[in-house]
Design a protein around this ligand. Structure first.
Ligand code: ARG
Ligand code: ZN
Length: 888
């Protein structure tokens, strides 16, 4: 949408629609330059709301005619609405015919072309770019869709539901064209509508579910990509099995289709029975995809499949409720990934990765200009609220329900939720009520209203813990306090319900009994600003292990000494907290150096602890890799009131060089011990080994750069050349590039030549260069040059992100420059992208969310760049909302 001023939509203004659309017959005469859309709707007045005109949404449409009950009707256009002032009181048939231009639709919302095929993206408000409609999720209709297109160019014609008819068109004007008719028996909101037409091929699999029903699963891709769909198909089958086993939720369609498209604004979309995926989230082969890609594909395939129940069967009443489906579905895909990982240590690795992601993306969002509650209160462009807060923090909120009522209790709550709301468009309150009602008397049900503050208050709560041991009474008193900082529009906050899963260790690391029953782990429920918890029969000062498994999305300050952290790191029964203790040790050092303005020197105790982890005979490689990876620069920035990205980068690099040098022999041993013989499989054990070997290699090459040794860079280059899978190849390439080794350049050239025809791999090539650790401005200069590369384009979102987001959002030291060149670059690129694709532009615009905490000279220069963008008169509403919030 592009308009001078966009209205602010408020959550509390929600009203039911004045009309319902119960049935839609849609037909498409597909043509890239001019597609004709005919929509025949069965409309009825909603008697529950005051009498009013019929207002249909529509954007960038060319209206040909509007008929009511077969006769012409008078209408007027008001902004993006088509208003029919006096529709009949009784149910009526409304017919709209309009044309659209898919090939000019570079915004990739609505119906567009990509690689010569047609695709749709309708969430959140793309359907109105196809035809006039009540394009809001509480209007649910049964769709029948007829597609007509050239049979040679578009042999495959797909829409939601079941194929009911197909054939060739015989009439004279339709030479060479064919048709297909699809019917979806489930009433659905317009955002779940989808069409695909093109020259595609499918991997197919028939499955029989527990209920004994047969289903056809299909994964459609371009010719040539078929061999890269096996992993997606396996992931889909695993998802179907898991949802039936864990939540009793079966596949409800005879046919379930997944389609890949190269030009796509996000990861994937859960259209009913016809999920559409960014190829980056779908295609994988050992030679072209990394272990991380395999894992991400598995979780996104699962995510979209799980939406079939949490999103489609039960959908959102309005877009403020987005987390109702997204937070819940992320929670479900995270649980699925953990269950798939298997061993308890592999589960912990999943959890650590999810938390790392939350801290790197959601925490900064929650403390920046765009901070908003999990259920936002207002927006001017809903696409700006598909955020880490709605998705990832939303998932943590769902996880807290499960922590408070237990796994069985949560499953009972889900069952009640579907019994009550199947087929409805509902709210976050409805979900909360169902979980509470299924668990009367639980820690949730008794404080439901307080718990629901997680939906209304933005900001990450800070929890402080202070323990005191009394030797005379043999008691340990733990005092917990909480405070949530102010966020835009929310100056004061109330206490939240914070489940703190915890245990106590003695100073040798043995778990202590917390009560007479002998439990060594319990859940403390903090729901006041301050509370104390008393433990009896504690002989000596214990070490508290708090917030195990990251039981709430908060920042914890437990004030533990390095000695106590070392006890936790070595002995805690909770693997997450073992990892966390090591991160805290590193973080404390880095923060102390930054605050003192001193060069960072790692302590011997820390280095020896890290050596202990690296050489540990029992720990998994995947865990070791996570433990030996230092906290990220954006997470470090979150701990500081004034952020100097260059100082943070210098401190992290210094820590890395010291770890590289002090553990040189241990890295060598780890590299050698984690080689895998035999074929590639992306299972957690092998991928953990590859991750650790890659980390070791990058440390060894980094250290070689410092000492002038040429052996390890040479080995890395050899490994890069000989690698039999993308994880090893990219790992070796990254080791060379990140260390600034001379062999990086020939390796980059070779990599490009090898994969020049594989767009997803070339994306990695751009991203790796734009994310490399900055040194003397070389990375920024290279990234700028890469915008002129023949393979670079702003039109493909994956490609644009691989360079622009990598540099502006994930490489703070390259981006935040004293000469402001990074900000100038950002402003140019945001404006250039905005003219093509507002959703993509507004994602990149968010690189400036946190300008106000920057140290000078960055702060002033950043603000100026944001103000320059905001001064442009014809910004999209997407970008306008982001820059205006940044300046507010
Ligand atoms: N519902 C999709 C998903 O979670 C994402 C859609 C994003 N839409 C958007 N306009 N940003 O998987
Ligand atoms: Zn989703």
């Amino acid at each position: 949408m592009r308009e001078g001023t966009a209205p602010l939509i408020q959550r509390l203004d929600y009203q039911q629609p004045a009309f319902w659309i119960r049935k839609v017959d849609l037909s498409f005469d597909l043509d890239p330059a001019k597609t004709i859309v005919t929509s025949k709707m069965q409309v009825e007045r909603n008697r529950a709301v005051p009498h009013g005109p019929l207002r249909l949404h529509g954007e960038e449409l060319n209206l040909l005619r509007a008929l009511i009950n077969g006769a012409g009707v008078s209408f007027r256009q008001e902004g993006h609405e088509l208003v029919i002032d006096n529709p009949p009181d009784e149910d009526f048939a409304l017919e709209i015919r309009n044309t659209i231009c898919p090939e000019k639709n570079t915004a990739l919302s609505g119906l567009y072309t990509s690689g010569g095929s047609f695709f749709t993206q309708c969430e959140a408000e793309g359907f109105r770019r196809i035809t006039y409609f009540l394009d809001r999720p509480d209007v649910m209709a049964v769709y029948t869709v007829t597609l007509r297109a050239d049979a040679t160019k578009y042999p495959v014609l797909l829409s939601n539901g079941n194929l009911v008819d197909s054939g060739t068109l015989e009439e004279p004007g339709n030479k060479g064209r064919h048709f297909a008719v699809w019917h979806d028996p489930f009433p659905k909101p317009s955002y779940l509508f989808a069409v695909v037409a093109g020259d595609l091929v499918a991997r197919e699999q028939r499955v029989r579910t527990r209920a004994g029903k047969d289903h056809l699963l299909q994964v459609y891709v371009r010719r040539g990509d078929l061999e890269k769909t096996e992993h997606a198909m396996n992931s889909l089958i695993a998802s179907i099995v898991w949802d039936e086993a864990r939540f009793g939720l079966p596949l409800d369609l005879e046919r379930f289709m997944v389609v890949g498209v190269s030009d796509f604004n996000m990861g994937a979309m859960e259209n009913k029975g016809l999920n559409i995926f960014n190829t980056a989230a779908l295609l994988a082969s050992p030679a072209t995809a990394t272990d991380a890609d395999f894992a991400r594909i598995e979780s996104i395939v699962a995510h979209e499949y799980f939406h079939n129940w949490t999103g489609n069967r039960v959908t959102c009443r309005d877009w403020f409720q987005l987390s109702l489906k997204e937070g819940l579905t992320v929670f479900r895909d995270q649980e699925f990934s953990m269950d798939m990982a298997g061993s308890s240590s592999a589960r912990a690795v999943c959890r650590i990765q999810d938390v790392r992601q939350l801290r790197a993306l959601q925490f900064p969002e929650d403390s920046g200009a765009m901070a908003h509650p999990v259920r936002p209160d207002s927006y001017s462009e809903i696409n700006n609220f598909y955020t880490a807060t709605v998705y990832e923090k939303g998932s943590e909120v769902v996880r807290m329900y499960q922590t408070l009522v237990g796994r069985k209790g949560f499953e009972a709550g889900m069952k009640l939720y579907f019994e009550r709301h199947d087929g409805q468009a509902v709210t976050c309150d409805d979900f909360a009520q169902a979980i509470a009602d299924a668990n009367p008397g639980s820690a949730l049900a008794t404080r439901l209203d307080t718990f629901k503050r997680w939906y209304s208050q933005a900001g990450t709560p800070r929890v402080k813990a202070h323990g005191e041991h009394d030797a005379a009474t043999r008691t340990y008193t733990l005092r917990l306090t909480q405070h949530t900082p102010a966020t835009p529009g929310q100056p004061t906050k109330l206490p939240q319900v914070i489940p703190v899963v915890m245990g106590l260790l003695d100073r040798h690391g043995a778990a202590l009994a917390l009560n007479a029953a002998g439990d060594t782990e319990t859940v403390l429920v903090l729901d006041q600003a301050e509370q104390t918890f008393v433990f009896e029969n504690i002989d000596a000062e214990p070490v508290p292990s708090l917030l195990r498994g990251f039981s709430a999305p908060v920042v914890l300050d437990d004030g533990l000494s390095d000695a106590a952290l070392l006890v936790l790191m070595r002995h805690d029964s909770d693997a997450f907290n073992r990892w966390e203790a090591g991160q805290r040790l590193a973080l404390n050092r880095i923060l102390a150096a930054l605050r003192a303005g001193q060069p960072l020197v790692l302590s011997n105790a820390f280095i020896e602890a890290m050596r202990g982890v690296l050489n540990h005979p029992e720990l998994d490689a995947a865990f070791k890799e996570l433990a030996l990876t230092l906290p990220g620069e954006s997470y470090i920035a979150e701990q500081l009131d004034v952020v100097d990205p260059q100082a943070i980068h210098a401190a992290v690099m210094a820590a890395q060089r010291q770890l590289a040098s002090a553990l040189r022999d241990d890295w060598t041993a780890a590299f050698e011990a984690n080689q895998i013989a035999g074929g590639y499989t992306p299972d957690p054990v092998s991928s953990g080994k590859r991750a650790l070997a890659n980390l070791a290699l990058s440390m060894l090459v980094l250290d070689a750069q410092a000492t002038g040794d040429t052996v390890w860079p040479g080995k890395a280059y050899q490994r890069f050349k000989d690698a039999s899978n993308m994880t090893d190849r990219l790992g070796a390439l990254a080791a060379l590039v990140n260390a600034g080794a001379e062999l990086a350049q020939p390796a980059l050239e070779r990599f490009h030549a090898l994969f020049k025809d594989d767009a997803l791999v070339i994306d990695k090539w751009f991203a790796l260069q734009a994310r490399a650790p900055e040194s003397d401005g070389r990375v920024f200069a290279r990234a700028k040059t890469l915008t002129k590369h023949a393979d670079f384009t702003l039109k493909n979102p994956n490609r644009a992100r691989s360079l622009l987001a990598s540099l502006c959002m994930f490489n703070p030291a390259a981006f935040h420059r004293a000469d402001a060149a990074g900000y100038v670059f950002w402003a140019e690129q945001v404006l250039a992208v905005d003219a093509i694709n507002p959703q993509l532009a507004s994602r990149i615009a968010r690189a400036m969310d946190r300008w106000s905490v920057l140290a000078e000279p960055y702060r002033s220069a950043a603000r100026e760049a944001v103000a320059r963008v905001a001064a442009k008169p014809d910004l999209s509403t997407d970008v306008r909302e982001i820059v205006e919030r940044a300046l507010a």
